[in-house]
Design a binder for this molecule. Structure first.
Ligand SMILES: C[S@@+](CC[C@H](N)C(=O)[O-])C[C@H]1O[C@@H](n2cnc3c(N)ncnc32)[C@H](O)[C@@H]1O
Length: 294
């Protein structure tokens, strides 16, 4: 097993040299993990905007922890009401790209989110999307603590990270394997253009398949993080990109199916947040709650 510093170095190099390099379709290489097809566009757009319901709409500073290049237009909305957006990322290329998008509205800090170089209670809002999973497992808790420490009283924060093998994904993956077998039987070509983001990637696999990723499940979050700070789990998106690619097609009522899925997620946000693929983890710092050391 590699030391934590080596893991972070590999993650940084991956984003500097691969993830945040442009691809021929006008997106970053990293976007291969997203479903960018027109049939899914409206659903993905609405999921991105869900964050706004959980964030203070305005304030002085918004922290974007692991900002990347602020790659999707919806991301710009999160800091629209704030004076400045503080983009914090381990990758210099990410921040150079972010600066192209938001210029002087941003402040750019190369740092590690497990050890934030900011004083306590400075941010009125915080977002951290798809970043904590790049930390070594034993640093996830510390990252949550750092995000909470730097949040102002009455500040609100949102973390989005995929769960490790959530029940609904286990179930849908089973269905996907059946569909793939059917494809094979009918000698049709299954869609393999989107690599599956693994829940655990060893560093030796990293060059070939992406970079280091380590996820936890809802039980871990509630037990380990929930005892230190008030959290609530909502649904950001209940299905994986693999699911979308397999079951959502323009010629088979894809848009309608996604409207129904979105409606279900709105009806059962806590259930689908906990058991679906991507939770939206809301944290709010109340005046009374004092964080204790673990
Ligand atoms: C999957 S990208 C997500 C970027 C952006 N939040 C988004 O959703 O598009 C992960 C980002 O986290 C950054 N990152 C990874 N580990 C980090 C760490 N320990 N501290 C700060 N940033 C980190 C990477 O450089 C990369 O830009």
């Amino acid at each position: 097993m590699l030391p934590d510093a080596e893991i972070k170095k590999q993650v940084r190099e991956f984003y500097n040299h691969v993830g945040w390099q442009g691809a021929s379709n006008g997106f970053y290489q990293n976007a291969i993990y997203e479903d960018l097809r027109p049939v899914s566009q409206e659903y993905i757009h609405k999921c991105h905007l869900r964050l706004l319901r959980h964030l203070n709409p305005s304030g002085r500073y918004l922290l974007d922890a692991g900002s990347g290049p602020i790659q999707y237009p919806e991301y710009l909305e999160y800091s629209r009401g704030y004076q400045r957006r503080v983009c914090a990322d381990i990758s210099l290329v990410a921040l150079q790209e972010a600066r192209k998008r938001i210029g002087t509205h941003g402040l750019y800090v190369v740092c590690d989110i497990a050890s934030l170089p900011f004083k306590a209670a400075i941010f009125d809002g915080m977002v951290s999307l798809h970043t904590i999973h790049h930390l070594p497992s034993d640093e996830h808790l510390r990252a949550y603590q750092e995000l909470y420490r730097t949040l102002a009283v009455k500040g609100t924060g949102v973390v989005v990270n995929g769960w490790d093998n959530p029940p609904l994904t286990v179930l849908t993956d089973f269905c996907i394997r059946l569909v793939e077998r059917l494809y094979a039987l009918l000698r049709l070509q299954p869609r393999r253009d989107i690599p599956r983001q693994p829940s655990t990637t060893t560093t030796s696999q990293a060059q070939a398949r992406g970079t280091f990723v380590r996820k936890h499940n809802a039980a871990w979050l509630q037990a380990e993080v929930g005892r230190l700070m008030p959290l609530s789990i909502w649904c950001w998106r209940s299905v994986s990109v693999r699911f979308l690619r397999t079951f959502i097609h323009p010629r088979f009522a894809g848009k309608t199916l996604l409207k129904i899925l979105y409606w279900k997620e709105e009806l059962f946000p806590h259930f689908l947040g906990k058991y679906g693929q991507y939770p939206l983890i809301e944290m709010e710092k109340s005046e009374n709650k004092v964080m204790e050391n673990p």
